[in-house]
Design a protein around this ligand. Structure first.
Ligand SMILES: *Cc1c(COP(=O)(O)O)cnc(C)c1O
Length: 388
């Protein structure tokens, strides 16, 4: 069948594909250690589930406003004002089917053919594809492990052309786990203002930080950067709500209205009763987030120690999210081949760095139990030693 050019130039999500393959192998009875999941391995905290159940009971089962339930939009705006120093009201918020849809909507309403979007690599797999789906041109800025996988202000400045509309900023980052320091965030903001472009700040890992790190929302630095900032956020990672499909886009009213129009003609509102779970997530106790981070912190330490013991493998210490992104080039295999063999021969599922624009590396998620990490890293080490 002849399909639209729009879709034929887009790659399917490799992270979802690897996770599905690992699951299928497990279902066949194979003993698979999976590090592919981009999601917490915890259940959704019960007070959130109860709030959604109550909403379901109370008849929140109908169509709602496309932009989201008013109390949820209020609660999100309140969170962004009080926690992030971003001066948003409910009118600045669009509730979306996950952070994924918020970014998708943004690209669709912002980009015309030929418009350029700067994406620092290693990047989340969906950014370039979403830009392409909107007719835009992804401009990849490569960063190295030596620079902590962070784009320097000079690199950003050099990538900007008259066609540049937007730069994607993701801290803490998927796949590297790196976190920009406050000074580094300020330096990026300065270039955005100076060159008068827009920045979308994907803050979905905001709450998953280690070593006493603090999150600085780029839009909170000054009024000049605030008016050039769009925030993409969601509930999936901090509250273990990946399957709920709940995220939001925050930005200038005009942009939010345009994205709402798009959503009203595509998916309409996010599942009505699920939105009441999101309200509980924002307004309820936050110790669930701390407990999850404490568990991740332990696993991160263990994972880094084990990786450091494998000859030739290097891995910068991540300060956020739940991924490590080691360099495996010592094995002499392209990342796709490396991950395929590791999965086929040793039943260890990891995601090839090529999917994130970095072929020397692989991504391992430590959102899994310590036992799996132990066993999986034994196998990874054995595999790499065979290739030395
Ligand atoms: C998980 C993730 C998202 C969005 O996930 P949703 O499940 O759609 O909310 C967005 N950006 C990054 C970097 C992610 O890792």
């Amino acid at each position: 069948m002849k399909l639209a050019a729009r879709i034929t130039q887009v790659s399917p999500s490799m992270t979802l594909a690897v996770a599905a393959k690992a699951k299928a192998m497990k279902a066949e009875g194979l003993d698979v250690c999976s590090f592919s999941a981009g999601e917490p391995d915890f259940g959704t905290p019960s007070h959130i589930k109860i709030a959604a159940e109550k909403a379901l009971e109370n008849g929140k089962t109908r169509y709602g406003p496309a932009a989201g339930e008013p109390p949820l939009r209020e609660a999100i705006a309140h969170k962004l004002r009080t926690e992030n120093g971003l001066d948003y009201q409910a009118a600045n918020i669009l509730v979306t089917n996950g952070g994924k849809q918020s970014l998708y909507n943004l690209m669709q309403v912002l980009l015309d053919p030929g418009d350029e979007v700067i994406i620092p690599a290693p990047y989340w797999v969906s950014y370039p594809e979403m830009v392409k789906l909107a007719g835009g041109k992804p401009v990849i800025v490569h960063t190295s492990a030596e620079q902590g996988f962070k784009m320097s202000p000079e690199q950003l400045r050099q990538a900007i052309t008259p066609q540049t509309r937007l730069v994607v900023f993701n801290s803490p980052s998927n796949p590297t786990g790196m976190v920009y320091t406050s000074d580094e965030v300020r330096a990026i903001a300065q270039v955005v203002i100076e060159k008068d472009i827009l920045v979308v700040s994907d803050e979905i890992y905001e709450k998953i930080l280690y070593d006493g790190g603090e999150h600085l929302s780029i839009g909170s630095i000054s009024p000049e950067i605030f008016e050039r900032t769009i925030v993409s956020h969601g509930f999936a990672k901090a509250y273990s709500m990946t399957g709920w499909r709940l995220g939001y886009l925050a930005g200038p009213v005009e942009l939010i209205q345009a994205a709402t129009t798009l959503q009203s003609q595509s998916t309409s509102n996010v599942c009505t009763f699920a939105q009441y779970g999101a309200i509980a997530a924002l307004q309820g106790p936050q110790d669930c987030v701390e407990e999850m981070c404490a568990a991740f912190a332990k696993r991160r330490t263990f994972m880094l120690e084990r990786l450091a013991a494998i000859p030739g493998v290097t891995c910068p210490t991540p300060h956020g999210a739940f991924y490590v992104f080691p360099n495996i080039s010592v094995a002499g295999l392209p990342s796709l081949e490396f991950c395929d063999q590791l999965l086929e021969k040793h039943q260890v599922a990891t995601v090839p760095g090529i999917a994130f624009g970095a072929d020397d590396c692989i991504r391992l998620s430590y959102a899994t139990d310590l036992e799996t990490i132990q066993k999986g890293l034994d196998r990874l080490e054995g595999f790499i030693r065979q290739h030395l």
